[in-house]
Each structure stands twice: as structure tokens, then as C-alpha cells.
Write a protein that binds this ligand. Structure first.
Ligand SMILES: [Mg+2]
Length: 355
């Protein structure tokens, strides 16, 4: 062994790791339009279109916990989170291929449930299941989904097109999936302590559904087309609003100003966050897995964007020198930090549940 200090993956974090592993790949094909660095790769498509490709790997014990995740929901979610990346490019999913690693504990019936969920998602989003691979695994379940999608050439939206003064918009509400996860983790711990206890999930239906069965906002892509709005930049919210807005700022070379009072947080998210002594805004900024769309538009599109019911304008892009800031309801300016999903998950869940 040499004495060079080796770097742990944990020191780098997910995005640092991706940078190091992928930065010196050359592009050899004329058909490759955009490689690593956005929600999907962009490849030359049929006349008038770009083809989009994205992939996601879900690992038991890291991305999902089968003590509270029905396999059908898991299959649905595995497909939908990939569809969401097509929406993030202002496009639509068309086909998926699914790879599975399966340990001996899984029965055929259990795997059929998983595929029922994938099938449901494909049917609802009109996506074709076109192949995949299965293998045995030493431990646990691995699900790899690759989605192929399409976008009309002039409609493609990257993370990098925002300019100073553009309005920042977010679809739907945020923070719910994370608070739903906390409820599920809480009930799992109660159940582990006393298996006779039944999980107390009633009254938390919305946030649990947001965690277990998210949707991809293809409907927002459709409405943007209807209103003839072309976003200047876009990303989907998988790792938390704060992390995603920083991606848009970095790629577009802008700063940003986000207003706490403009963030849409569902009442149930708000109430249950308070039960856990979590500031609801923190859940909204750092929670993740919302799969809503975060995008920027030109100011001149303001009159059009207000016609889309489920979209809020939450701030605007600034000069990069102004930093990336959140203005709180009591008018404090706070620097936005990318806590992100991976780093946050276990540590935060532990502290939220242990009080
Ligand atoms: Mg994404």
C-alpha cells in the first residue's frame, strides 16, 4: 500500500463524488448533446425532438424500508421518481427498463407486488416497460430504473439558463414527504419496542402518501406549454428545496432571494412538524423527496404563471455576488445551505425521534 491519504466517500458527499468520477469522460459521439450534470442526459432524437435518459438506484435499507413500505408502492415510486427527472427537463417519460437485485428472502408473490406498482405507474403516465435484468443479491433488494424520455427541441430546459431577475417558482407543496417519513419511522420504533402496538397512522394520510406514493409533475409541464411559458431553468425537488435552488444558482451563475412566507407548506405537514419540534420551513427546505418542480421564468411571464393554480412564485434570481438567501417572515436574511437528502436522513431522523 502507498502512504497516500485515501478519501472516504462520506468526506466528498454524493455530488463531489459524481464530479470526481465523471469529470474526465470525453464526449465521442455527435449524438451526445449533454452528458452528466443535469436531471437527465440529452441525446439527439427523432426530428424535432431530443431524447432524454436518466437512471436511479434504490437500495433496501438506504432508500427504502420494507417494514413500512408496501412493495406495490415501492414499485410505483421507483418508476415515478425517474419520470420526475423527465419533467425536470421540461419533457415526458416514454419508456423504462428495470434492473433488480433480489435476495433469497423475496417470494415470487412479493416481486409480483413490486411489478404491479411499476405497472400502475406506467399505465397512469403512459410509459412503456421495455426491458431490464434481474440477478440474485447477497442481501436486500436493489432496484435500478432507467427512463427514456423526449422533449420538443425548443422546449428543453436545463439547470443553467436562469438570469438575474428571473422569478423562482415551485409547484405544489414541500416538506410533506419528509414529515411523512418521520411519522413512519416513529411508528416503526414503537412497533419494534412492542410488537402488539398497532401503528398510529390515521390523520397523517396526506404526508404518508407523499412519502410512499409521490407523483411526477408532468401536469405542470403540460400547463407550462398551454400558457406558452418556457422556463429559463428547471430541476425537480428530490433532495430538498435548498439543495435544488443551489444547483440552479451554480449552473446558471446567479444568486437568489427566496421568501419564507411564499413557501407552500400543507397544514398537516405544518402541524406534524411542530409535534416533532421541527420548524416547518426547515422541513420544507431540507426535507426532500417532494418531487415537485422548481423552475425560473422571465418576469414578463408573470401574468401567465399566476394562471397555473398549483405554482407559487417564491423569489427571484439575483447577481451571484448577492449570495443565496432566504428572507424569513421576520425579515432576517439567512444563507441557504445544501443539507440535502443523503446526509440529512439518518442523522436528522434520529434527532427528531429522540427529541
Ligand atoms: Mg432530478
Amino acid at each position: 500500500m502507498n502512504s497516500e491519504k485515501l478519501t472516504t466517500v462520506a468526506e466528498l458527499g454524493e455530488f463531489g463524488l459524481i464530479d470526481i468520477l465523471t469529470n474526465d469522460f470525453e464526449i465521442n459521439q455527435k449524438t451526445t448533446i449533454k452528458g452528466v450534470g443535469d436531471d437527465a442526459a440529452v441525446i439527439k432524437g427523432r426530428a424535432g425532438f431530443h431524447t432524454l435518459v436518466s437512471t436511479d438506484l434504490l437500495i433496501e435499507g438506504v432508500h427504502f424500508d420494507l417494514t413500512y413500505t408496501p412493495l406495490k408502492h415501492l414499485g410505483y415510486k421507483a418508476a415515478v421518481v425517474n419520470f420526475s427527472d423527465m419533467a425536470a427537463m421540461n419533457g415526458k417519460p416514454k419508456q423504462i427498463v428495470v434492473g433488480l437485485g433480489i435476495s433469497a428472502k423475496y417470494t415470487v408473490e412479493a416481486l409480483e407486488e413490486l411489478y404491479k406498482g411499476i405497472k400502475m405507474a406506467c399505465k397512469l403516465y403512459q410509459v412503456d416497460f421495455v426491458g431490464g435484468d434481474t440477478s440474485s443479491s447477497k442481501a436486500g433488494l436493489f432496484i435500478s430504473v432507467t427512463v427514456i424520455g423526449e422533449v420538443e427541441k425548443p422546449q428543453i430546459t436545463y439547470r443553467s439558463g436562469a438570469a438575474q431577475g428571473d422569478l423562482i417558482c415551485a409547484s405544489g407543496d414541500i416538506g410533506a414527504a419528509y414529515i411523512g417519513l418521520l411519522v413512519l419511522e416513529r411508528e416503526k420504533r414503537v412497533f419494534k419496542a412492542n410488537p402488539n402496538m398497532q401503528p398510529e397512522l390515521s390523520g397523517n394520510d396526506y404526508i404518508i402518501q407523499r412519502q410512499l406514493k409521490p407523483e411526477a409533475r408532468i401536469d405542470i409541464v403540460d400547463q407550462l406549454r398551454e400558457q406558452k411559458i418556457l422556463p429559463t431553468s428547471m430541476i425537480d425537488i428530490s433532495d430538498g428545496l435548498a439543495s435544488e435552488i443551489l444547483h440552479l444558482c451554480k449552473n446558471s451563475n446567479t444568486g437568489c432571494m427566496i421568501y419564507e412566507e411564499k413557501l407552500t407548506i400543507d397544514q398537516q405537514t405544518y402541524d406534524v412538524a411542530r409535534e416533532f419540534n421541527i420548524v416547518p420551513t426547515v422541513a420544507a427546505l431540507n426535507g426532500g423527496e417532494d418531487y415537485e418542480l422548481l423552475f425560473t421564468i422571465k418576469q414578463t411571464d408573470y401574468e401567465k404563471i399566476v394562471k397555473i393554480k398549483d405554482v407559487s412564485v417564491i423569489g427571484y434570481m439575483t447577481e451571484p455576488e448577492n449570495g443565496k438567501r432566504l428572507i424569513t417572515v421576520d425579515n432576517q436574511a439567512i444563507d441557504l445551505k445544501a443539507q440535502g437528502w443523503d446526509g440529512l436522513k439518518e442523522r436528522e431522523i434520529d434527532s427528531a425521534l429522540n427529541g
